[in-house]
Design a binder for this molecule. Sequence first.
Ligand SMILES: C[S@@+](CC[C@H](N)C(=O)[O-])C[C@H]1O[C@@H](n2cnc3c(N)ncnc32)[C@H](O)[C@@H]1O
Length: 260
Amino acid sequence: MGEQNRTRTALSADDPAVGRAWALHEALPQTLPADEIIALNTPKADLHTWRTYAYRDWTFEMPPGVFTPGETSRMIHDRILDGTIPVSGRSYAAMGVGLGVEAVVAGLRGAKEIHAMDIDPESVRAMTEVYERIVGDRPGTLFHPWVSDLFERVPDGAQFDVVTFNPPAVRETVSEDPAVVRNVCVGIGIVRRFFDQIVQRNLLAEDGEIYFIVSNTSELRNIVAYAIESGFLPEVIHHQTWDTDEVQTFLFELRRSAAV
Ligand SMILES: C[S@@+](CC[C@H](N)C(=O)[O-])C[C@H]1O[C@@H](n2cnc3c(N)ncnc32)[C@H](O)[C@@H]1O
């Protein structure tokens, strides 16, 4: 038995929930072959133009370089809107928020505070404008937009009840355009730093949840293994497949594990 498996076995013996987490990990699909990932993620030619995005009754103007929300994005947006991802009266961190639909929806649902982060200043500018237009000043809801590399700009001592992240974790570099890379294919490194910062800065409240979306176009199993080893227990709350390709997308809810 390798060192890694020994550690897993020891942790699983301490806490059956950790054993179940590793069983879930074992059942996840392998990452798709590189050529399939590249074919599936061919960037659209319009990223560096102004575009319009519609969600429910709202229309958003998207400046050049800002990520166009897709079906994966909506898996989070819809669940905040319908309360499956509960934000009302809670402290919410929207990581890599892009155009900001999740921040808007959380504002309308009455989150207590919203910290909305993106490394891209143009995304943060667009998000702030759209938040002010659709949500505006709302008693009981504080809005903090940050141009930030992950949680770096978030003040010390902050703690969140809910964190969401649709990370640009595609494994293959599908373009040499830095904006495409930032939006889509930074790879597993960004996810490792995300979990590291949450653990090192104790950013997740004791009974808080992380909602995290990832597919087999990324290092799915390694990402989930890293999350478990970092002290989180994943549960699949949505598994999406498509008729047209072999992509499998998973929306995980992660909570702190008692064992680590
Ligand atoms: C896949 S997009 C998701 C956008 C939006 N949340 C959605 O679901 O439509 C990934 C986002 O992460 C942002 N991003 C990339 N690297 C980042 C980092 N180091 N820190 C914060 N945000 C980052 C990108 O600018 C982009 O807006």
